[in-house]
Write a new protein. Structure first.
Lengths: 210, 332
């Protein structure tokens, strides 16, 4: 039990400190690295409460894919502009009201959820099969997701797909005058059409069509 | 006191796993160079020790005594962390590899997810090294590898789903035992081929070694590294390659199971079979390094997203419908 407590406090302290460092660190790349540390410690916490599937998916999806793309974008930014002026800058202070509104909203949502959990536990006590000790966490998740909640699950997948298609449509633009590489054309080229032997007359040169 | 003895027991077990892994990484580097040389009708490293077996040891000694140079304009903490991350991630994944039904360090329920997660984290060592070097070639290499590894992870994930459909469990030992009658390489052969090629791309091996393409990027993300830090990148890379081979052996070639389930073969311990299967896959890796020219970057991306991803998705639908139609879905 004491080992459990030690691990819990280690991971949660790392999670909280790195979450603070995400906003406080001056370098945006460092922020993303702290975000990754945060994700990792939170997935460790998930594993500690027995939600091993969630923890692993968190690692794969957030750390393995989403954070890589974050880093990808942030690293492309100009290094000279990478001073995060949250505290001192005049320029970005107008973002503070928006941030405050959002964080208050999230705060109240959490208050509502925790309050409900504390004083009305029967709301959350849906008689689910998750608490069965005999089958593993992943099995019980699968049994619930693909039977009782199949429609909700499919709809959330469709929403994600629509969001992805939307993002692609918004950023896609057809530019004219771009030389496209056709894979089929490239590998089906024969020597006969690729190489041409010409008689070059002296002082004339050859005109190549490119 | 009791608690301490448990800790010591675990440490002993971990050492018993890690030391052989590290030694075999050194041997595998030698094997790689030898196979590569034999394909090109050269001798390869054959001077140090019998057949040159101690070549990697000599190389390691050389790296240890070399000076570690940290560029003055680099981001020092991340620069030093990068090879450590690569090496650690390559080694912790071995915790879940089963060497027989009982010989496994951590027999966790979500073993295959853990393997997949750790191998997908491997990209961070490269990105960190490339970015922290504050130099153009490493940065370009890091960006290339980030895009490449993320792309090929997707198809590896879908291929794992294929195998899981046939097994019905995420535990690696269950996956091995499910192949008792038939290795998954037979019914899922196209998936095995795609997995193998994706593993090449995931570990930045030729023909997909664009992150370190020497003709364009000097040495990619490793350009600024020297001495032991460079060697750690190198070790981590080869440990990752071995890990991908082990993953292929477990998912498709029956893991620690003997190929024929008859008397003299079943006497051989499972670890030997697993090592032989890993070696077989590794020799394929080494041969491909020797005989295939490097891909162009757009072709690499096209192969990952437009060929492998749709193919493996279609195969998931096929496998699922086949299993469903013939009522073969593993239900417990």
């Amino acid at each position: 039990m004491i080992a459990h407590a030690i691990f819990f406090y280690t991971f949660s302290i790392i999670a909280v400190v790195s979450a603070i460092m995400v906003t406080a660190s001056k370098n945006t790349v460092h922020s993303v690295f702290f975000l990754i540390l945060d994700f990792i410690s939170i997935s460790c916490l998930f594993i500690m409460i027995g939600a091993e599937f969630l923890g692993m998916i968190m690692l794969i999806v957030y750390v393995g894919a989403v954070a890589v793309l974050f880093l990808f974008v942030v690293m492309m930014l100009n290094v000279a502009q990478q001073k995060n002026q949250w505290f001192a800058g005049q320029q970005s202070s107008r973002h503070i009201p928006v941030g405050l509104i959002i964080s208050t909203l999230i705060f109240f949502e959490i208050i509502i959820v925790i309050g409900g959990w504390k004083y009305k536990p029967e709301i959350f006590d849906i008689n689910n099969s998750i608490s069965q000790a005999s089958i593993s966490n992943t099995h019980s998740l699968g049994q619930v997701l693909y039977t009782d909640y199949i429609h909700v699950f499919q709809i959330s997948g469709m929403i994600l797909l629509v969001a992805m298609v939307g993002a692609i449509v918004l950023t896609f633009r057809q530019r004219s005058g771009v030389k496209r590489q056709s894979y089929i054309k490239q590998i089906s080229r024969e020597r006969a059409e690729g190489v041409e032997v010409l008689e070059v007359q002296s002082n004339k040169g050859v005109k190549l069509d490119d | 006191m009791e608690y301490l003895s448990i800790v010591f027991q675990e440490v002993y077990k971990i050492l018993f796993l890690l030391v052989p892994v590290l030694v075999s990484v050194a041997m595998i580097v030698w094997l790689d160079r030898r196979v590569w040389a034999f394909v090109q009708k050269r001798q390869g490293p054959n001077v140090v020790g019998p057949f040159g077996l101690l070549q990697s040891l000599a190389d390691a000694l050389k790296y240890i005594f070399k000076e570690i140079i940290i560029p003055s304009s680099s981001n020092k903490v991340i620069f030093i962390l990068a090879p450590i991350v690569t090496m650690t991630l390559a080694l912790i994944a071995w915790a879940v590899i089963p060497f027989s039904a009982t010989q496994v360090l951590a027999d966790i329920n979500v073993g295959i997810l853990y393997l997949f997660a750790v191998s997908s984290l491997g990209v961070y060592g490269i990105i960190m090294g490339g970015w922290a070097s504050n130099s153009k070639y490493p940065f370009l290499g890091a960006i290339r590898s980030a895009a490449q590894m993320v792309s090929y992870e997707v198809s590896i994930g879908v291929i794992i789903i294929n195998v899981l459909l046939c097994v019905g469990s995420l535990n690696l030992n269950d996956i091995v035992i499910a192949q008792q009658n038939m290795w998954f390489v037979i019914p899922l052969f196209p998936m095995f081929v795609i997995f193998f090629i994706s593993a090449l791309a995931e570990t930045n091996r030729p023909p997909f070694d664009l992150p370190e393409a020497e003709a364009e990027l000097v040495a990619g993300y490793q350009t600024e590294y020297s001495g032991m830090m460079y060697a750690m990148f190198w070790l981590g890379e080869y440990a990752n390659i071995l890990l991908m081979c082990a993953m292929g052996a477990i998912l498709f070639l029956g893991g620690w199971m003997s190929p024929i389930d008859v008397y003299p073969f079943t006497l051989v311990p499972g670890a030997i079979w697993l090592i032989l299967k890993i070696l077989l896959l590794f020799i394929l890796f080494a041969l491909i390094k020797a005989i295939v020219p490097r891909y162009r970057y757009d072709q690499l991306m096209r192969l990952g997203w437009k060929v492998f991803l749709p193919l493996s998705l279609i195969w998931v639908v096929l496998t699922a419908s086949y299993l469903f139609y013939f009522n073969l879905l593993p239900v417990n």
